[in-house]
Design a protein around this ligand. Structure first.
Ligand code: AMP
Length: 421
């Protein structure tokens, strides 16, 4: 016999009953954008490699080290999406959504793939929720975005998270600031890797998580102190709206994002119960992304939340996010006659919107009652041949073990009324 197969390194399966938590987290995170009128978009899981090379940026770790790139049988270079924004932007441009009413507000959820070193909270296949508002540069929209992400976390009951916020300036003020920073970094004794990073994108050195690097950065010039009048006014307005929306934040002047296109508002949500991989979501405004993908020169703002990491946060806080696992009613047929009735009753209940299940295969009374107990149902319907001959079935409360005989003609209605009560 050959070795049993395993899921690839850095990936995992989500199985019942834990999968119910995953679904609850995913759906709770997407509910705020649905309520805010954002439209759902589905894009392919793979794109032409250029979409990410240009849309995420050649200099980023994601593009230079982490992409799953392959050549298909037609000789095209394709890449499994490492994030969801670039694909949404490609669709926005391809379908000329920018020529309609703006902003275009969209969301999506699905798999992302990165060849990263696996550890708790960092996987090679993970799920992201993504939300974007394209084509308008309005600070109220930045605040709406941040508030939508925060709402999802709050709706899950999460408390131990923090919103980090800053502004990265724009083309009018960032180049001067960048020079100041390059000058400052040039005077520091940095290791080879960090020096190289400083050459490609000096801002990213500020976000280095290593304490010894952070210690050297004391006194580094900060973008927020060098904002132009217009980007400062933009940032002030964002903060005013966030206050009005009741969303607290922490100023994080050294926060940068992996993408080179981020401008103005930039934010990240971190959770204190997750160890090293503490970011549960993040985003910001970007100018230039649309143009980089061959579209018009329009601004956009968006965020991505990691469903898997948010689930870890939910577990770290010991929250119960699954309202009710399992089914409401469980039907136990004893004998051939009863089997037909059971299949029909389960079908009727499901059609009426009641979750129901029955046993399959020959389980015997004991096995069937065990299955009923495990199903999560509050009630079981026991269909015995002798009862059926008398025209009744037993409706059993699985919590109190009390049961009553119900005439078959009333059975469906009685079950429905009982489990819905
Ligand atoms: P990013 O696109 O890197 O800003 O990531 C957005 C969010 O996706 C992060 O805040 C994480 O919650 C999640 N995420 C990113 N990379 C991974 C990964 N390798 N495994 C699990 N979650 C991830």
């Amino acid at each position: 016999m050959s070795e049993p197969m395993r899921a690839p390194k850095g990936t995992f399966d989500t199985l019942p009953p834990d999968s119910a938590q995953f679904l609850a987290v995913r759906d709770t995170l997407t509910a705020p954008m649905r309520r805010a009128g954002y439209g759902y978009v589905e894009t392919p899981v793979f794109e032409d490699t250029a979409v990410f090379a240009r849309g995420v940026g050649e200099s980023t770790d994601v593009v230079s080290k982490e992409m799953y790139t392959f050549t298909d049988r037609g000789g095209r270079s394709l890449t499994l999406r490492p994030e969801l924004t670039a694909g949404l932007m490609r669709a926005f441009i391809e379908h000329r959504l920018y020529s309609g009413a703006l902003p275009v507000k969209v969301w999506t959820v699905g798999s992302a793939f990165r060849y990263e070193r696996p550890q708790a909270g960092r996987y090679r296949h993970f799920t992201q929720v993504d939300c974007e508002a394209l084509g308008v540069d309005d600070p109220a929209l930045d605040a709406e975005m941040v508030a939508l992400a925060a709402q999802g976390f709050r709706d899950l009951g999460l408390a131990d998270f923090e919103l980090l916020l800053t502004s990265l300036g724009d083309a009018t003020c960032r180049p001067q600031y960048r020079e100041l920073l390059v000058g400052f970094l040039g005077g520091l004794d940095l290791d080879e890797d960090t020096r190289r990073r400083a050459e490609i994108n000096p801002l990213r050195v500020l976000d280095d998580k290593r304490p010894e690097v952070q210690a050297r950065l004391d006194g580094a010039p900060l973008m927020v102190d060098h904002l132009s009048d217009s980007t400062k006014a933009h940032y002030d307005a964002v903060r005013q709206h966030l206050t009005d929306l009741g969303v607290p934040w922490t100023e994080a002047p050294r926060l940068v994002r992996g993408l080179d296109y981020y401008t103005k508002t930039t934010f990240e949500f971190v959770h204190s119960g997750l160890g090293a991989q503490s970011a549960i979501g993040g985003g910001g405004r970007y100018d230039g992304l649309s143009a980089a993908l061959g579209g018009p020169d329009v601004s956009g703002i968006g965020y991505a939340v990691g469903v898997d990491r948010t689930l870890l946060a939910v577990q770290a806080e010991g929250l119960d996010v699954v309202a009710s696992a399992g089914v409401q009613a469980f039907v136990v047929p004893l004998g051939a006659e009863a089997k037909r009735l059971a299949v029909r009753l389960v079908g009727q209940l499901r059609s009426a919107g009641i979750s129901a299940d029955t046993v399959y295969g020959d389980r015997g009374l004991k096995g069937a009652m065990k299955a009923a107990d495990r199903s999560g149902a509050s009630h079981a319907v026991v269909l015995g041949d002798r009862d059926l001959a008398d025209g009744v079935a037993q409706l059993r409360d699985l919590r109190t073990h009390e049961q009553v005989a119900v005439p078959l003609g009333e059975l469906f209605e009685r079950v429905r009324a009982t489990v819905s009560a």
